[in-house]
Design a protein around this ligand. Sequence first.
Ligand code: B16
Ligand code: MG
Length: 222
Amino acid sequence: MQPQAFIFDLDGVITDTAEFHYLAWKQIGEELGIPVDRELNEQLKGVSRLESLERILSASPRPLSLSDAEKEQLATRKNNHYRELIEAIRPSDILPGITELIEAIQASKLRIALGSASKNATFVLDKLGLTEAFEYIVDPGRIAFGKPHPETFLNAADVLGVPYAACIGVEDSEAGIEAINQAGMFSVGVGAPAFLHEANYLVPDTSRLKLDEILKAYLNIT
Ligand code: B16
Ligand code: MG
């Protein structure tokens, strides 16, 4: 089958907002007496705000029992801090190689959608000046099951009207790679093999994302 569409993750793939999510959760963790280190953070990438909080609470060294209202408050505080951190994002914060990759995809007449779990995704894309590049942006508020469930990616393909097997998903998170694989799509991972070994094609960082290499790998596997 020939590929027809790319579905991109946002945080950690298009721009380094994954680091800002980490810093914001780390601050909440410090308030709660729960160390949020980079290893725990790998389990938070791609996962919704409330599910991320649940995973942090599960890592607590002492038993914590919080009401739903208290959890909502913590999640809101995390988001307020995150919003402060992303306020200054500019087009120069697009990660290396991404602009070139998007241009190459457009020149090849392939379709492009965004499959992010973040409710801040449209804000970030606007700041980066990239909104127009995406034909469709998944609204995570309308997704019942977040990553690692495949619904985010299936929704993008359904709206584009492209068969799942003709889609290529690009992700920096373990949960996201699982979601793409479960969707029956070709998965491209950006990051370390320790976390992303299930990816069909893996690069260490975004500067290594080259359209011709990705298409070669896709055609070899499908
Ligand atoms: P928000 P992605 C995900 O975005 C992040 O990786 C994850 O850390 C975050 O918790 C999730 O979005 C929800 O984000 O709190 O802004 O709604 O990687 O799927 O683009
Ligand atoms: Mg991500």
